[in-house]
Design a protein around this ligand. Structure first.
Ligand SMILES: Nc1ncnc2c1ncn2[C@@H]1O[C@H](COP(=O)(O)OP(=O)(O)OP(=O)(O)O)[C@@H](O)[C@H]1O
Ligand SMILES: [Mg+2]
Length: 321
């Protein structure tokens, strides 16, 4: 049986050197004339994104290094392209593995920006989906659903979270297979206009690739996101608070450190995501505490400070979550 060939509209758009497609700060046509690494870096302003990534994200040393390596590859590829030495777009599909809350989505957003600045994708947006966005419930529903998502993602990055759920071998007639086949074709034929990033737990992704060698062979870069260490989690907490104009008052940092030590060993711990959730709850407690003091003038310090009590009231200290 011959298979239909899928082509998603949007990919026939002009190459990234067209003015409308350039990053606002980057001059894509100048990139096309660049002969040195510094010219490509200066004109694409890609280094600013990498510096931001280094600065904004705590830890993730191996991931940051891999991103620099990939960026180096792309910059050199640009120079090769400019001298007519390469013609094919390199395969840029990636796989981000790691536990929940290790920064996969956050890094994927930055990756999309880097690819955009270097002219590898026209728009640089990220469309994040899971199985339910791609696979229908009934016969004939999957192809239109998957194609609709692909259409939205064209010119940017399609981020498929827990991608292995697309493949359910226990169910012989699972529609996920149909979505995989469409993805495979588009990943191959329209890779100059779409980068796919698969994300999820490492072991499950490995199993998925074993059963789907076609998918595995199309992934050029595998990035593994390690769990954060307790000091990194604490640093992430301080960064998050700072961004929201909060801070730990005397003793609160220590309380949060103790909180983390307990929380890490409890079920469903999700790295930076758990930190964010814990801080959200601490802010709620701070608000309730301040709300009770109806007549007191609340100073800037009052309004920005989390106290040890705001942290210690968590159920985690009582053996719960
Ligand atoms: N290294 C880091 N430094 C600072 N903040 C971080 C870091 N990693 C993650 N975060 C923050 O933690 C939250 C969760 O991160 P993100 O959504 O990127 O993780 P994820 O790996 O995609 O998680 P999930 O598997 O749950 O989707 C976000 O609010 C993000 O800003
Ligand atoms: Mg995520």
């Amino acid at each position: 049986m011959s298979r239909p060939t899928y082509s998603i509209p949007g990919s026939t758009a002009p190459p990234a050197s067209a003015p409308a497609s350039a990053a606002p700060e980057a001059d894509a046509s100048a990139v096309a004339n660049a002969r040195t690494v510094n010219e490509v870096l200066a004109q694409s302003q890609v280094e600013a994104v990498m510096d931001e990534l280094d600065h904004d994200l705590v830890g993730l040393k191996p991931v940051k290094q891999r991103i620099r390596d990939i960026a180096a590859l792309l910059v050199i590829d640009k120079l090769r392209l400019n001298l007519g030495l390469s013609s094919q777009t390199p395969s840029l599909h990636m796989c981000f593995t790691g536990n929940p809350g290790t920064g996969k989505t956050t890094v994927a957003l930055r990756m999309a920006e880097i690819l955009h600045r270097l002219g590898y994708v026209r728009k640089g947006h990220l469309v994040a989906v899971t199985r339910d966005d791609l696979v229908g419930q009934y016969i004939g529903h999957t192809a239109p659903k998957t194609k609709e998502v692909l259409k939205k993602a064209m010119g940017g990055v399609l981020f498929i979270d827990e991608a292995y759920y697309l493949y359910r071998p226990e169910n012989e007639r699972d529609y996920g297979q149909e979505a995989i086949e469409i993805l495979l074709q588009v990943m191959e034929n329209q890779r100059e206009d779409l980068v796919v990033i698969l994300a999820g737990y490492k072991e499950r992704m490995d199993t998925f690739f074993k059963s789907n060698p076609g998918m595995s062979s199309r992934i050029a870069h595998h990035l593994d996101f390690p769990d954060y260490t307790p000091p990194e989690l604490l640093q992430i907490a301080e960064k998050m608070l700072q961004q929201q104009n909060y801070r730990f008052g005397p003793g609160a940092r220590e309380a949060f450190d103790e909180y983390l030590a307990l929380r890490i060993s409890q079920p469903h711990f999700a790295n930076a995501r758990s930190v964010r959730n814990a801080l959200d709850r601490a802010r709620l407690r701070q608000a309730s505490r301040l709300f009770a003091e109806r007549d007191r003038v609340l100073t800037e310090t009052d309004l920005t400070t989390l106290t040890p009590e705001d942290i210690r009231a968590s159920r985690v200290f009582a053996g719960g979550r």
